[in-house]
Design a protein around this ligand. Structure first.
Ligand code: F6R
Length: 261
């Protein structure tokens, strides 16, 4: 996994946006894997800006979100479908029918999970997957202990995740207990992944993800097996990493050979 350490949230968002913008320009019908949460909001703002100011064209792009709460309607204030509509989709020219978020109200959730996987496969697979990480090292809603080979599935949320996400609800009681999520095995099939993390609260998770053993106790650590993943982390989130000298050195030297790659 490549690690890029940046100053702060703003720089993390700038770096991530540069990668996504380049990918859409290179492949206008890009299949994007998208995450919700606080972490990618700055990235989405920058994509909106790139659309408004530089004409970044989403008209052929397709997107698949990682997860959705079970039991929330698409227009529920805290549903991930609504989050994506409000934070990105309504502000760029992506076609609504080309955006996909698991349906938390689907009848026959297990069948829905299998169909979601089929839809991704039929779209040609995810070209570029955007990921945040939870404080316990989860990606999507793959909580500690989830099989590293898992496919899209229904999962219970841990108490920690419920507590973390309760900031968006009136109380922890209102946070749904279950979600539909892409599995780790599904995420590892994306051609490229960018993992974003910002703030001291993520420092343990970043260390375990990047330098810890590959373990289902930290599902993000499975990304160490992925051939093309870059972690873009700010200084606070990178605080517990041990090999920072190497990451910085590699980053500084990278530019020298970038045009030969
Ligand atoms: C959301 C998702 C989650 C979040 C993670 C971090 O679609 O997949 O794994 O990325 O919980 O959330 P934030 O960014 O709010 O700290």
């Amino acid at each position: 996994m490549d690690v890029v350490i940046v100053r702060d949230y703003e720089e993390m968002s700038d770096r991530a946006a540069a990668i996504v913008v380049r990918a859409i320009r290179q492949k206008p019908d890009l299949v994007l894997g998208l995450a919700t949460g606080s972490t990618p909001e700055g990235l989405y703002q920058r994509l909106i800006e790139a659309h408004r100011k530089d004409g970044l064209d989403f008209s052929r792009a397709r997107s698949f979100n990682l997860d959705e709460y079970v039991g929330l309607a698409p227009d529920h204030e805290q549903s991930y479908r609504r989050f994506m509509n409000e934070k990105l989709f309504e502000h760029v020219n992506i076609k609504p029918e080309n955006t996909h978020v698991p349906d938390g109200l689907a009848r026959g959730l297990l069948r829905h999970c299998a169909e979601y996987e089929d839809m991704i496969r039929n779209a040609g697979g995810i070209d570029l997957q955007v990921l945040g990480i939870g404080r316990d090292g989860h990606v999507a809603f793959n909580e500690p202990g989830t099989s590293l080979g898992s496919r899209t599935h229904v999962t219970a949320l841990t108490r920690e995740t419920i507590e973390d996400n309760s900031r968006f609800f009136d109380s922890p009681d209102q946070v749904p207990r279950f979600a539909v999520t892409l599995g780790i095995g599904s995420i590892l099939e994306a051609r490229k992944c960018i993992v974003l993390a910002s703030g001291a609260g993520k420092a343990d998770a970043v260390r375990a993800t990047v330098e810890g053993p590959i373990t289902s106790a930290v599902t993000a650590s499975a990304l160490q097996m992925h051939p093309d993943t870059v972690a873009i982390v700010d200084e606070a989130a990178a605080a517990n990493l041990e090999r920072t000298d190497f990451y910085r050195w590699q980053q500084e030297n990278w530019d020298r050979i970038a045009d030969k790659l």
